[in-house]
Design a protein around this ligand. Structure first.
Ligand code: TLP
Length: 344
């Protein structure tokens, strides 16, 4: 029995077109700024997002960290949602590598309230760290891949800028957000000072993330990347797959949203499981399983034994993420296996 892997879109494998592009990419030393394939990818990414410049980074985690370091100095304050990936899942790099002070502001359904953000920016006072940055995340992972509508996003940026803060957007899945919102990804990039997105999630690259911003900002992010040990040499082998992703894998993300809907509807028909349909806006499905009476880890073990992989979100929840590896037939097979596992 082949496992159906719905743990994350980070688990996607490169396409044949990517492997072919990797094999034939012209290469050079990127630290000398001489890799032509990296140049092509960085130009393409900057143009697609409507920014002056772009930088290829090895991971989303490093890209976020390099942006934090480029925006703020140790001791500065960052307004950030405690449910954001940067706060929750990046090993505290914000504090222990960038040396920044988090000022947590809770989002609801992945959406920050501009009034909460404004209230969190304290006036200058000898006792306070200097607030420098607002971090946003779209789509928002821990709320189930939810989308911040463009109008709200713009208002948050206006609020931050009016208080003298820069804005960084963790747009690991910005193309999912843009497709769901029915706008171009560049509309979300327009008002932020930096945006990072991942080539390695639904876009299916084996690795790589992009930072986009002004030329001046990208120079600072480049220095931060180097300081973090992320300077690369013949990085064109990564960039070649990234070019294929940006040229041919973006529009198909809509298919992953459709399969997530199909999956969510089917899960709601399985006794003991429930999905709030309004939270399923992109390719993630957060499932409440308290009705099964099982702990999250016990349920995950059962699902695995039945041939389906999920990620735990205890207490009482697990997560499925759809990708190009699951069409409607695979989703139906997954639902069948989940039903049998839960009923057993
Ligand atoms: N998210 C992963 C895990 O780390 C949780 C996943 O499976 O969803 N920003 C956001 C919003 C992300 O979801 C992720 C990865 C990252 C940044 C980090 O990207 P990588 O894994 O490339 O460092």
């Amino acid at each position: 029995m082949e496992l159906i892997n719905l743990r994350s879109d980070t688990q996607t494998l490169p396409t044949q077109a990517m492997l072919d592009a990797i094999a034939s990419a012209p290469l050079g030393d990127d630290t000398y700024d001489e890799d032509p394939t990296v140049h092509r990818l960085e130009r393409l990414a900057a143009d697609m997002l409507g920014k002056e410049a772009a930088l290829l980074v090895i991971s989303g985690n490093m890209a976020n960290l390099a942006c934090l370091m480029a925006h703020a100095a140790p001791g500065d304050e960052v307004i950030i949602d405690p449910e954001s990936h940067i706060f929750y899942y990046e090993v505290g790099g914000l504090a222990n590598v960038a040396g920044l002070m988090p000022m947590p502001v809770q989002s609801r359904g992945g959406r920050l309230d501009p009034d909460d953000v404004a209230a969190a920016v304290r006036p200058r006072n000898l006792h306070y760290p200097v607030p420098r940055l607002l971090c946003l995340e779209n789509t928002h992972n821990r709320s189930g891949g939810r989308v911040t509508p463009l109008e709200l996003h713009r208002e948050l940026c206006r609020t931050a800028h009016s208080k003298g803060l820069a804005v960084h957007l963790d747009g690991a899945r910005i193309f999912n957000a843009a497709i769901a919102a029915g706008v171009r990804a560049s509309a979300y990039a327009e008002d932020v000072d930096s945006l990072m997105f991942c080539l390695s999630k639904g876009l299916s690259c084996p690795l790589g993330s992009m930072i986009v911003g002004s030329k001046e900002f990208i120079l600072k992010a480049d220095a931060a990347r180097k300081r973090l040990g992320g300077g690369m040499r013949q990085a064109g082998i990564i960039a070649a797959a990234g070019i294929v992703a940006l040229e041919s894998m973006v529009d198909r993300l809509a298919d992953d949203h459709a399969t997530a809907q199909r999956l969510a509807r089917g899960l709601n028909e399985i006794p003991g499981l429930s999905v709030e349909m309004e939270t399923v806006e992109t390719n993630m499905v957060y499932v409440e399983h308290t009705g099964t009476g099982l702990s999250t880890s016990a349920l995950l073990d059962k699902l695995k034994a039945a041939g389906v992989l999920a990620s735990g979100r205890p207490p009482g929840h697990f997560r499925f993420v759809t990708s190009r590896h699951q069409d409607a037939a695979v989703i139906d097979e997954a639902l069948d296996r989940v039903r049998k596992a839960v009923e057993a």
